[in-house]
Design a protein. Structure first.
Length: 209
């Protein structure tokens, strides 16, 4: 079963509290999401493998560590996941970025893929799927499934806020995927919004309703 990592770092929690406030405007909301994404990716990548190389400092030649193994890929789920991309890229500028777009069929209620473009070597990368809210888990689970259908199997899910229902769904459908969140909230309401949550992340990010 994939692990669930909940970050309790004071800076993350402080910034998340400001994001929850209904009076926080779109500009500040975007900036905070960017900052939290940077702080989260620091922990998400903690176990990346390294190797020693020789490097010549102004003083002498020494051994030092660099990243090794699989390279990173970032896959935001449109559209709210876009708000997390820059924060991750600030920390891992060499990562390549793919995109997945989903919508919910009004009759079947199932997620339908309308767009997917990935780096050519996605199968050989450690992929971070980004979406601020993990509510029912339907979209995240579907996105991970679409990635697996294309031969990708090294996948981590990164969310700002999760509901227990969403975590349970992803763990059931994809027990091999670790989940990284800044907070796990109480539950979903009757409209599948996270309680207490922060409202619709996409609307607050882009100033829409």
């Amino acid at each position: 079963m994939g692990k669930v990592h909940i970050f309790d770092h004071p800076l993350i929690q402080h910034k998340l509290t400001i994001m929850r406030d209904k009076n926080t405007g779109a500009k500040e909301f975007r900036e905070l999401l960017n900052e939290i994404s940077m702080l989260m990716v620091y922990e998400v990548t903690r176990d990346l493998p390294t190797e020693e190389i020789s490097v010549e400092t102004p003083i002498c030649v020494t051994k030092a560590k660099v990243l090794s193994g699989k390279k990173l890929g970032i896959v935001p789920i449109l559209r709210a996941g876009l708000g997390m991309v820059d924060g991750v890229l600030n920390m891992v500028p060499a990562a390549k970025v793919g995109h997945i777009g989903l919508y919910r069929d009004p009759e079947t209620k199932q997620p339908v893929e309308y767009y997917c473009k990935l780096p050519e070597d996605s199968q050989n990368r450690e992929l971070l799927v980004l979406d601020p809210m993990l509510a029912t888990g339907g979209s995240a689970s579907a996105a991970i499934g679409f990635l697996k259908d294309r031969g990708c199997h090294n996948i981590r899910l990164v969310n700002l806020i999760a509901a227990p229902e969403g975590i349970e769904r992803v763990q059931k459908d994809h027990p091999d995927v670790d989940i990284f969140v800044a907070a796990c909230d109480e539950r979903l309401n009757d409209h599948a919004y996270i309680i207490p949550g922060l409202g619709d992340a996409g609307d607050r990010l882009f100033g829409t309703k």
